[in-house]
Design a protein around this ligand. Structure first.
Ligand SMILES: NC(=O)c1ccc[n+]([C@@H]2O[C@H](COP(=O)([O-])OP(=O)(O)OC[C@H]3O[C@@H](n4cnc5c(N)ncnc54)[C@H](OP(=O)(O)O)[C@@H]3O)[C@@H](O)[C@H]2O)c1
Length: 250
């Protein structure tokens, strides 16, 4: 059945792959992000390749008013119909020494990755509950599973997002709303450019992540790690006793 999904952060490496996969199944899209020019190019490409409708919505996650206006703006754009699903795919990750030294940058990390994400997903969740149907996919990160000295600012924003999604899923499991937490490990996108080896077997391509996300939507899975091996890696990392963990340089 043809659905309409809004992709928040549609120009992100992972989001582009998810949009292509959804469009290839015939779903219409609302591409939301910061750059009107880039969104227009993406929308044109998807419409031409897949004969779907791809509309665009410009917003900045660091602007509270724009974030809280997304639900209404997307409904207006979708011929006054609430969208069928929302996929949250934006985020920032600054080098940790920079967020340690610059508290405004740390605040921006929390505002974009946590505060705005929670606010926008809560707004869509409320509307989906009223209708009795909807799909919410939040891209969090394995970095939220255990704080590490080298990346705990980003990690704490993602831990907060994961806890929010867990609670939302718990509350809505009998309300017809599917809530999925996506925890990628390493993914070869602009965010990790120069930080991870894209050829490493632990590093996913965005299309692999998209495939896992679409499977989770189909199966109504609550929480996925992608690549799957990260579930076991994080299980081991979480189980390392604190006195040993403190001696590592992770
Ligand atoms: N890559 C990885 O290894 C990895 C691992 C775990 C989790 N994740 C998560 O996956 C999600 C997608 O990231 P990605 O890997 O695809 O990275 P990416 O290509 O760098 O995408 C990040 C996106 O976030 C958008 N963004 C940043 N600040 C924003 C703001 N203030 N308002 C609106 N949009 C904003 C960027 O918009 P512009 O295009 O306008 O710059 C960009 O499209 C993120 O939540 C990230 O934390 C990634």
């Amino acid at each position: 059945m043809n659905r309409t999904y809004i992709i928040l952060g549609a120009a992100s490496g992972i989001a582009k792959a998810v949009s292509r996969s959804l469009a290839s199944r015939g779903h219409d899209l609302i591409l939301a992000g910061r750059s009107q020019e880039e969104l227009n190019l993406l929308a044109k490409d998807l419409e031409t390749r897949h004969q779907v409708q791809a509309r665009i919505l410009v917003f900045d996650a660091s602007c509270r008013a724009e974030v809280t206006g997304l639900l209404e703006a997307s409904t207006r754009l979708n011929d006054a119909q609430l969208v069928d699903g929302v996929i949250l795919a934006y985020g920032v990750m600054f080098p940790q020494p920079e967020t340690e030294a610059n508290l405004d940058l740390l605040a921006l990390t929390l505002e974009v990755n946590l505060v705005s994400s929670v606010l926008v997903l809560q707004a869509f969740a409320n509307a989906f509950v009223t209708r009795g149907r909807g799909v919410i996919v939040g891209i969090s990160s394995v970095a939220g599973d255990r704080g590490r000295g080298s990346n705990y600012h980003y990690g704490c924003s993602k831990a907060g997002l994961s806890a929010f999604l867990d609670g939302l899923r718990h509350r809505l499991h009998d309300k017809g709303v599917h809530v999925c937490t996506v925890k990628p490990g390493f993914v070869a996108t602009p965010m990790t450019d120069g930080l991870v080896n894209p050829n490493s077997p632990l590093c996913a391509r965005p299309d692999q992540v998209a495939r896992d996300i679409l499977r989770a939507i189909d199966r109504k899975t609550g929480r996925i790690y992608t690549l799957w091996v990260w579930r076991w890696i994080m299980m081991i990392i979480r189980s390392v006793p604190e006195f040993l963990f403190l001696r590592t340089k992770l």
